[in-house]
Design a protein around this ligand. Structure first.
Ligand code: NAD
Length: 483
């Protein structure tokens, strides 16, 4: 366990740490104990952070990609050197097992290194000639940083969602005001301490901890912010977009999901059960990409459900620091009650509980929940249609490939999907028919910084990661000259 000072500064503005007036209580979800208090900011702190970022932008926007890449590599190395501490912080504040938190930290390192490489490649592309259908004119293309950007992130993968925005924003030459989740600010505070030692000029990166209303809302509204990149719930995403609209700022949104795992008739059942558990119970199901709808071919349905029940009941729910833990705690009381409410409403709607649904008997304290599986879930119930964001799977059988695809696509969301089949042609055909931004075929939910993240419909606006994540923070300028 890590010991914390009683209070932590919640503001890092213009290269200086300070405290705001808002006392944010930071809880360990596995014990319900207070870890520390973070002194977060308000509209005034947001104003100061944006002013610092605007001032820093004058020089930072003129740096070369190579200079920015070198600093991103320093940040990646700082995270690597602090890997163990960051892993423990993430588990303490979020409730996820240490092995999952370590995956988060490695993802952060890989993301900063990837965008360092892209930043280093920018200089050679700058001012490239653009072919025109005329000898009277010539043109060159510039990609310039879009300005000072606001980054707002949630609590489920705090450091990761931050890195996916922060690394490309810095690579592009933007200056940043970051608002972490008030529920899980600790890893971002540590990341800020690493960035403070990375050689990044003061004011380029600013952090303002605080609540959505005190910090997120003024950040989204401020006319000096060129772009808001937001990850979180749909309800808040819509509010952010509305505020941003008033000053026509760019918006990227990564929102909710209701994704499916499709188990086709020729699937390897054992693999399908493993992928169902990974897609439903990793991070205690608190994933926008949770494949919480499991669609199984009629021929396999009984055997699959039996094996899934056995596997789900065997999952070791425990303290995140327990060496044998497989699933940790949910993030806080509000989320715990929300998921229990969904389970109750599912039962009232007539869904059949296969296993789970309660607190594990051996864990009287902490926000722990048994891995939960439902079947016979009505198609119009909240359990089937809404994002649960907890360790809850809904299993349903289908009689044809077309029915499976229709069931998977019947959602306001379209983030990801997984398909299990032994037939490569079928896998590709089904992947092409699914309305989702990322489809895994016989694979766990692996994520690479090189591949895009984001979805169709109400799951996303834009894409993160890959070159698309960088372009999201760039303006395009053409310069046309007459000869
Ligand atoms: P949330 O929407 O409650 O909060 C997200 C962030 O927005 C927090 O920092 C919060 O303080 C801030 N915020 C709250 N009100 C605000 C306002 N009025 N203006 C500006 N900012 C405000 O989401 P959460 O509960 O922290 O996270 C869970 C949600 O995030 C889920 O819906 C999940 O699907 C989504 N999510 C999506 C992705 C993705 O990549 N698509 C990834 C992770 C999480």
């Amino acid at each position: 366990m890590i010991s914390f000072p009683t209070t932590l500064h919640g503001l890092y503005i213009n290269g200086q740490w300070s405290s705001g007036r808002d006392h944010l209580r930071v809880i360990n979800p596995a014990t319900e104990a207070l870890l520390t208090t973070v002194n977060g900011g308000d509209e005034q702190a947001v104003d100061q952070a944006i002013s610092a970022a605007c001032e820093a932008f004058k020089d930072w926007s003129k740096t070369t990609g190579a200079e920015r890449g070198a600093i991103l590599r320093n940040i990646a190395n700082g995270v690597r050197n602090g890997r163990d501490h960051l892993t423990r912080l993430q588990s303490s504040n979020n409730g996820k097992p240490l092995f999952e938190a370590a995956i988060d930290v490695d993802d952060v390192i890989a993301t900063f290194e990837y965008y360092a490489e892209l930043a280093e490649g920018l200089d050679a592309q700058q001012d490239r000639a653009v072919a025109l259908p005329s000898d009277d004119f010539s043109a060159r293309l510039r990609r310039e940083p879009c300005g000072v950007v606001g980054l707002i992130v949630p609590w489920n993968f705090p450091m990761v969602t931050t890195a996916w925005k922060l690394a490309p924003a810095l690579a592009a030459g933007c200056c940043v005001v970051l608002k972490p989740s008030e529920v899980t600010p600790l890893s971002e505070l540590e990341l800020a301490a690493i960035i403070a030692e990375s050689g990044l000029p003061k004011g380029v990166f600013n952090l303002v901890c605080g609540t959505g209303l005190a910090v997120g809302a003024p950040l989204a509204a401020d006319p000096r912010i060129a772009k808001i990149s937001f990850t979180g719930s749909n309800a808040v995403g819509v509010q952010v977009m509305q505020r941003a609209a008033e000053t026509v700022k760019g918006v990227s949104l990564e929102l909710g999901g209701k994704s499916s795992l499709l188990v086709l008739e020729d699937a390897d059942i054992e693999l399908a059960v493993e992928l169902a558990c990974g897609g439903g119970f990793f991070n205690a199901g608190q994933m926008c990409s949770a494949t919480s709808r499991v669609l199984v071919a009629d021929e396999l349905a009984d055997e699959f459900l039996e094996r899934l029940q056995k596997r789900a009941q065997a999952i070791r729910v425990a303290d995140p620091f327990d060496p044998d833990v497989e699933m940790g705690a949910l993030v806080n009381q509000a989320q715990y009650q929300r998921v229990l409410g969904h389970i109750d409403r599912g039962l009232s709607a007539g869904a059949k509980l296969v296993c789970g649904g309660n607190r594990p008997a051996h864990l009287p304290r902490g926000y722990f929940l048994q891995p939960t599986v439902f079947t016979q879930v009505p198609l119009d119930s909240a359990l089937w249609c809404e994002e649960i964001f907890g360790p809850v799977l809904c299993v349903r059988s289908f009689s044809s490939e077309a029915e499976a695809i229709a069931l998977a696509n019947d959602s306001q969301f379209g983030l990801v999907a997984s398909v299990v089949t032994r037939n490569a042609e079928t896998a590709d055909r089904v992947a092409n028919a699914l309305h989702a931004g990322l489809v895994w075929l016989n694979a766990p939910q692996v994520i690479f910084p090189q591949a895009a993240w984001g979805g169709y419909k109400q799951s996303s606006l834009g894409r993160e990661l890959g070159p698309w994540g960088l372009q999201a923070f760039q303006e395009i300028k053409h310069v046309i000259r007459a000869h």
